[in-house]
Design a protein around this ligand. Structure first.
Ligand code: HEC
Length: 97
């Protein structure tokens, strides 16, 4: 028999990833001013809207925990930016705001 098969091993996961990555990424939400604003805008609005954190109220410890979780997910934050980032979040989205 002269029939040859072409193996079909397409990776569906790549298609799914492309779909997830393509969903709306809107920037320029009114983030409060501050030295870390641009860093936050770039580091924290890649995967979700700024409202994901502008609507939250956390203590410094809780923000540090959250930022660590985001780093685990893939957020890129410089070592020397971590503390200032947590400060910015706590100042603007602290527990008593
Ligand atoms: C690599 C993608 C990614 C980046 C970058 C990212 N996040 Fe997230 N974030 C997620 C995902 C996914 C969720 C929802 C899943 C979940 O709740 O665990 C989430 C949820 C959240 C939540 C809601 C859950 C909670 O713990 O209150 C907050 C707040 C948050 N992100 C803040 C931030 C901040 C601040 C930054 C910047 C330092 C950031 N994120 C950067 C992926 C990301």
């Amino acid at each position: 028999m002269g029939i040859s098969f072409v193996p079909l091993d397409h990776t569906m996961s790549l298609v799914l990833l492309a779909l997830v990555a393509g969903t709306g990424m809107s920037r320029a939400q009114a983030l409060p001013p501050g030295p870390m604003r641009d860093v936050v805008d770039q580091a924290c609005t890649r995967c979700h809207l700024a409202t994901e954190f502008t609507t939250k109220h956390k203590t410094a410890d809780q923000w540090a925990q959250t930022v660590n979780q985001m780093i685990d997910k893939g957020a890129v934050i410089g070592d020397n930016e971590f503390d200032r980032l947590v400060d910015y979040l706590t100042q603007n989205f602290g527990p008593e705001k």
